[in-house]
Design a protein around this ligand. Structure first.
Ligand code: NDP
Length: 333
């Protein structure tokens, strides 16, 4: 099996020498085990957090160990009772082309609902994050204004689409004109702002949100978040999902200096991780699958081909190369 290990802990933007390519023998499956051939693997911004040695909601990656994360694969050899050859499964064994798993480590997926890669996107972690973060913490109601940063990404694009289903005025902020066109022309967002070619973000948000901001779903943090906070309405809700603008910063990020806005507007800002909703994943997956089936949600993925491209694909997240969920295709199903 080919593997990618964490060679060293990065400071700032990770580089090629953060990663080590290696190979090992695929272990014969003992009783209760299966051999899985990787088809797709997920690269996610939160993995940057796991590359440093600091306490968080998930433990850090260990040095010289395979980088773990969500994977979809095919069972190619089975010595287990509940899985047979040809089954498609999801697991979290990470960046390797084959893996011998206990059958309890992976879950068989239903191939009839959507393309199998959807389990790494809209029916997976990022779709569920959008669903619970927006609906449970954002509590959007019809006619309200919802602003989303990182709007063309995996989480953000689903947040905006659900907000449209709920009848909201939806404003997306993203880093290219192509992304803004995608949001407004294909996903039905009402307004989009390309932060890379907008000098005065505060004014631009004011124009896009004539009735102020009721829900601010933040994936990015930093200056963009500061600008949005200037337009909060009374009792605004702010689900804090991510702060990707800070993930590769060296040193301490100053701000956001928005406490007075929160106070003046009696707003509610709440951080969350998807794990907070672990006992409700079935509910979320069912709702997302239903909307997908009804054509109310679009599942966009950016696919990078080839296991060797995995580190670059991961870095592309911080360069804004992706629209929708970024996944790596390792082998043909
Ligand atoms: P995305 O698909 O959104 O990919 C990352 C995007 O972030 C890029 O495409 C880029 O788009 C944008 N970006 C990168 N660097 C910057 C920057 N410096 N300033 C502004 N935008 C930047 O990833 P995900 O949807 O998987 O994740 C989105 C956020 O949600 C992340 O912050 C992630 O950590 C968080 N998250 C949180 C979870 C939770 O449980 N709380 C679960 C899953 C994700 P652009 O071109 O617009 O700059």
């Amino acid at each position: 099996s080919k593997q990618i290990r964490l060679a060293k802990r990065p400071t700032g933007m990770p580089e090629q020498d953060t990663f080590l390519f290696d190979e090992n023998e695929v272990k014969e499956p003992a009783e209760g085990e299966v051999v899985i051939r990787t088809l797709y693997l997920s690269v996610d911004p939160y993995m940057r957090g796991r590359m440093i040695d600091a306490p968080s909601y998930v433990p850090p990656f260990e040095l010289n160990q395979v980088i773990t994360g969500s994977v979809i694969g095919e069972v190619v050899q089975s010595n287990a009772t509940n899985l047979t050859e040809g089954d498609i499964v999801i697991g979290s064994y990470g960046w390797q082309t084959y893996y011998t798993a206990n059958e309890t480590e992976v879950r068989k997926i239903d191939q009839t609902i959507a393309p199998i890669s959807s389990y790494l996107s809209i029916l997976g972690m990022t779709g569920l994050t959008a669903y619970f973060g927006l609906l449970d913490l954002g509590e959007p109601t019809e006619g309200e204004t919802v602003v989303i940063t990182g709007a063309a990404g995996a989480v953000g694009s689903v947040v905006g689409q659900i907000a449209k289903i709920k009848g909201c005025h939806v404003v997306g902020i993203a880093g290219s004109d192509q992304k803004i066109n995608y949001l407004t022309e294909e996903l039905g967002f009402d307004e989009g702002i390309n932060y890379r070619n907008t000098d005065d973000m505060t004014a631009a948000i004011g124009r896009a949100c004539p009735n102020g901001v009721d829900v601010f779903f933040d994936n990015v943090g930093g200056d963009i978040a500061d600008a949005i906070m200037q337009h909060l309405n009374k009792y605004a809700r702010i689900p804090l999902c991510g702060a990707i603008s800070s993930y590769n910063l060296e040193g301490v990020d100053q701000g956001p200096r928005i406490q007075t806005q929160i106070i003046k507007k009696s707003a509610r800002m709440q951080g969350f991780t998807l794990g907070d909703f672990a006992n409700r994943f079935d509910e979320g997956t069912k709702a997302l699958a239903e909307w997908l089936r009804e054509g109310k949600l679009t599942d966009r993925v950016t696919v990078v081909e080839g296991f060797e491209q995995t580190p670059e694909a991961f870095l592309d997240l911080f360069r804004g190369k992706n629209i929708g969920k970024l996944i790596v295709k390792v082998a043909e199903p």
